[in-house]
Design a protein around this ligand. Structure first.
Ligand code: FE
Ligand code: FE
Ligand code: ZN
Length: 276
């Protein structure tokens, strides 16, 4: 069975998200660990985290994805920004141990003119400062659209970061269909070719989850504007090939499309039907 869910608001707590996911027909979901633009996280309620942990097990959820605030930048130009990103991510990882064995996804960063090599170096250093061999969470680097000075728009950049990480078994990749298309990978007409390249450069065994999004812009546009499934340049047929692909179909898929909850429920049902 297809593992699919959507991005949910964490404002009502952990267990509430699990119940909401069930209502939507999901068996995975994603949430921001804290206000995406702010920095303060709510006090963690261990009983609420434990309630979600048992709901996930009882309903055989695929791993869920905690998403780091997208304003964090492990490779910012100022040291205080780099350290802030590290500290926030380290705090998120400590909190995630209350919901063991899940995924923590982050945007590698933007090198803001320092150059791709400096960006990669800072990101790897940041990860090495926060990854612990004892954590149960797997940290996922998201494939990016290559907008501005974003690091992670090319598979080679992600491979380079993974190569420098001291606990590779605690890391993996989350492939965002909108982002890879925007960054110039032709998943619309040559999904097999893109996955062959991913396998050659990074290794398909490192791919742990996907963000399933259509794109408002054509391949290579480097824009990063998500569209609803079937309403963008990628289209329903190409996204159906993604969820049916033998190398991908066992992985958790998470929708980040511009939708309210009923729209998400409809897309989850649509993709479940398409995957049959
Ligand atoms: Fe993201
Ligand atoms: Fe994404
Ligand atoms: Zn995006």
């Amino acid at each position: 069975m297809l593992h699919i869910g959507c991005h949910l608001s964490s404002s009502k707590g952990f267990a509430a998200m699990g119940r909401q996911a069930l209502e939507l027909g999901a068996d995975t979901f994603q949430f921001f660990t804290r206000n995406p633009r702010g920095s303060r996280a709510k006090e963690l309620d261990p009983a609420d985290a434990a309630a979600l942990t048992s709901l996930l097990a009882e309903h055989r959820f695929a791993p869920i994805i905690a998403h780091a605030p997208y304003t964090l930048n492990l490779c910012g130009a100022e040291e205080k920004n780099r350290l802030f990103a590290r500290e926030t991510m380290a705090d998120d990882l400590r909190r995630m141990e209350h919901i063991p064995g899940q995924y923590y996804n982050f945007h590698p960063g933007s090198h803001v003119g320092q150059g791709i090599e400096a960006g990669i170096t800072y990101i790897a250093q940041g990860l090495n400062a926060i990854l612990s061999p004892h954590q149960s969470t797997t940290v996922l680097l998201e494939t990016m659209a290559g907008k501005g000075s974003e690091v992670g728009g090319r598979f080679e950049e992600l491979r380079e970061i993974l190569d420098r990480v001291e606990h590779p078994e605690k890391t993996g990749i989350c492939l965002d269909t909108c982002h890879v298309s925007d960054s110039g990978y032709d998943i619309i007409t040559d999904l097999d070719g893109v996955l062959t390249e991913f396998d050659r450069i990074i290794g398909l065994d490192r791919l742990k989850a996907l963000h399933l999004n259509d794109s408002k812009h054509p391949a290579g546009a480097r824009k990063d504007r998500h569209a609803r499934i079937g309403e963008g340049a990628i289209g329903l047929e190409a996204l159906t090939r993604v969820v049916r692909h033998p190398a991908l179909k066992h992985l958790p898929f998470c929708l980040e499309t511009p939708n309210e909850l009923p729209g998400y429920a409809a897309e989850i049902a649509l993709m479940r039907a398409q995957a049959e």
